[in-house]
Design a binder for this molecule. Structure first.
Ligand code: NAP
Length: 653
């Protein structure tokens, strides 16, 4: 078990800063401290004494007998300060599973254990280069990675680990992707910080339990530095398109940099350009006629001073809600334009800071970080699946799909009323009439309170047009404005973006996917497009939970397994068979019918205009993680230079 907490922090025993340790034991998460103690001491009796009291997953020390809590703190203090220090050994899987279950006060099923061991960071996987009997990738097989956001950086770490020759192209001058670009006030993530990071690059220094945008960016810059990844990145370079050369089994990739346009060759491409990286302005008539500052949240200009101005925010999704919460206190007047409603949910931890003693524990107490990550992960992942899966026996109202979904709806309703009870006019305007989670929810970081302020109005009647100095509503009223902010989202459905991708036999991915109908096998590979891999592609977004990071890691793992399988077979090209591709997509479409996103009242960017859900994954994270462990050879065809007819799964060459 490595004691390296990463990012320069090193947990070593014995701990000599007793004052800091005592503060950490007071402030630290009780369940996590218990896990650390049992992990190091193997005192299972203590685990069972706590198990009797830990019936509420969110129990705090005040819910437990004082003397038991003090006994734990005392024993852990003694253990961590004793000299010579205890030797920390890996635990048997069944004990880990029991500990996990006690810690979260519910059974952690067998199927989750390998996932949790990996994702919490307990089991550091051996590098592929150290795998006995593995064929080394040929030096002339070059992988091109598009984008240096979370996906591109994860790909780089793992490709290096596997001995592949690779390069990353990044359009920006810095790493970070979404988090480099999105700098609007209030920008943040609604997945817990200690979960929303790479399992093999964990970070003890989060300032909040949900990362702010700049902390997310600091983390990704830290990953690039810590793993020395900049040497692989061509900054300021944009991929324009790519064409498959079937005779040579490689991609001819057109890139543009400040010196002009060039064609480079790549044996395989990993596209990590992100589903939400192409922002869109609304098609509102007169948009170009506005004379004041106007900007999209993803194209924020921090030099524009909005203090004391009359400002409009168009759009009330996650970005709009964050920017409204941040700006309401500083502008003279804010008008929020809501086209359709969003469920807004309270999460008490959303705005909480991580205190210094807790950060100290994450840095210096061995095993605190993985056990804390396990906990953050558990409560933000598959436990929420019950909220999005339709219960065919549900006989309640048609605003819910199951008892669990109805309970979540009631929780959200109570939260909204709790903040805006004094403003029934606002509540009426924003309370949705569709099931919760059928569209992306907004986690409340002050949005509801902002809507209740005297200097904030919410308009729901529809925009007629934008004029030089304001917005004219459909009812003829004109709202005078100094600035407009467009929080109108991204071109997510056109998943190939502006890339022109020409695959085998001249097939165009842009044409096949069209404006809004992308499909992939396991969200990553496409029939007809050899050696092209998408990260978090069609139907792989875990819309029931957090976990984008887990799918990123799962896809990178799977992609390298695909490449390894191809190298092992001596082939130069790999793509899914039409049968496997079609069967998987048919299954996904079928399984999506029982998910909340397909509810007749559901309207969201998860669905295209024909009603097909193209973005969301109908499966749990544990299901996807398991599916992505290893490609099935029979689902792929392997081609060699000069031979295009190798049967699925067959050894070529
Ligand atoms: P979004 O969820 O797509 O929301 C766009 C908003 O703009 C919606 O309210 C939409 O109304 C409105 N809109 C779009 N076109 C319009 C038009 N022509 N006229 C009037 N209103 C219009 O975009 P987002 O808030 O930027 O979020 C995008 C995604 O980024 C999120 O879902 C999330 O995945 C990610 N994100 C996450 C966080 C976070 O983690 N906290 C923060 C920001 C973004 P309708 O509802 O009627 O479509």
């Amino acid at each position: 078990m490595p004691l390296d907490n990463g990012f320069g922090a090193r947990a070593s025993l014995p701990i000599t800063d007793h004052a800091a340790l005592r503060a950490a034991l007071e402030a630290g998460n009780l369940q996590t401290l218990l896990m650390v103690y049992v992990h190091i001491s193997r005192d299972e009796a203590m685990l069972e004494r706590f198990a009797r009291h830990l019936t509420n997953p969110y129990a705090t020390p005040s819910d437990l007998p004082d003397d038991l809590v003090e006994e734990l703190r005392g024993k852990l203090f003694a253990l961590l300060t004793q000299d010579p220090p205890p030797i920390i050994k890996p635990l048997p899987a069944d004990l880990m599973q029991r500990m996990m279950s006690v810690g979260v006060a519910e059974p952690v099923a067998d199927e989750f254990v390998p996932l949790m061991l990996e994702q919490a960071g307990f089991a550091e996987p051996p590098t592929r280069l150290s795998r006995a009997g593995r064929k080394t990738p040929p030096a002339d097989f070059k992988v091109l990675v598009i984008g240096a956001g979370m996906a591109g950086l994860a790909a780089a770490i793992k490709l290096e680990d596997a001995g592949y020759n690779f390069e990353i192209v990044e359009k920006n001058p810095e790493v970070g992707g979404t988090w480099y670009e999105n700098v609007y006030p209030g920008v943040g993530v609604d997945t817990p910080s200690h979960f929303y990071s790479l399992s093999f690059a964990q970070y003890p220094d989060w300032n909040n339990y949900h990362p702010r945008g700049h902390d997310m960016q600091a983390y990704l810059v830290g990953v690039a530095d810590r793993f020395d990844l900049r040497k692989y990145i061509r900054f300021g370079t944009r991929v324009k398109g790519m064409r498959w050369d079937d005779s040579r089994k490689l991609w001819l990739v057109t890139i543009a940099d400040p010196t002009g346009q060039h064609v480079i060759e790549a044996s395989a491409i990993i596209n990590g350009h992100g589903p939400a990286n192409r922002w869109k302005l609304p098609d509102i008539p007169g948009i170009e006629s506005f004379q004041g500052p106007a900007m999209h949240t993803a194209d924020w200009d921090p030099k524009i001073d909005l203090k004391g101005k009359r400002v409009a925010v168009i759009g009330t999704g996650a970005s709009g809600a964050q920017v409204v919460a941040s700006l309401a206190g500083e502008v003279a007047h804010l008008t929020v334009f809501q086209r359709s409603k969003h469920w807004v949910m309270k999460n008490p931890e959303y705005v909480n800071d991580v205190t210094e003693p807790v950060k100290w524990a994450l840095r210096h107490v061995p095993l605190y970080m993985p056990w804390f990550r396990f906990r953050a992960f558990w409560f933000a992942s598959d436990g929420l699946y019950k909220w999005v899966k339709m219960d065919p026996a549900w006989e309640g109202n048609n605003l819910a799909i199951s008892q669990a979904n109805e309970e979540a709806r009631q929780y959200a309703l109570a939260g909204m009323a709790g903040v805006l009870g004094h403003r029934p006019d606002v509540l009426e305007k924003i309370t949705p009439d569709f099931p919760i989670f059928s569209k992306r929810i907004v986690l409340d970081a002050g949005y509801l309170a902002a809507l209740g302020r005297d200097n904030v109005d919410i308009e729901t009647g529809g925009i007629e047009r934008i004029v030089a100095d304001g917005i004219v509503m459909k009812d003829g009223r004109k709202i005078a404005l100094d600035a407009i902010i467009f929080a109108t989202g991204f071109r997510i459905a056109k998943m190939s973006g502006d890339l022109e991708i020409i695959g085998r036999n001249g097939r165009s991915l842009g044409e096949e996917w069209g404006e809004e109908d992308p499909r992939a096998y396991l969200g990553t590979t496409m029939e007809g497009f050899p050696n092209l891999f998408w990260v978090v592609g069609p139907n792989s977004v875990p819309n029931h939970a957090g976990g984008h990071n887990l799918i990123v890691e799962g896809h990178i793992h799977y992609i390298i397994e695909c490449l390894d399988m191809m190298v092992e077979k001596g082939a130069q090209a790999i793509e899914p068979t039409k049968e496997a591709f079609d069967a998987y997509n048919a299954k996904v479409d079928g399984d999506l019918k029982s998910m909340v996103w397909s509810h007749p009242k559901a309207r969201s960017y998860y669905r295209n205009s024909k009603g097909r859900v193209y973005l969301s994954c109908p499966y749990r994270l544990v299901d996807m993680w398991t599916l992505l462990r290893a490609p099935k050879p029979e689902d792929y065809r392997f081609d060699c230079v000069g031979d295009n007819k190798v049967a699925a799964g067959a050894q070529s060459a």
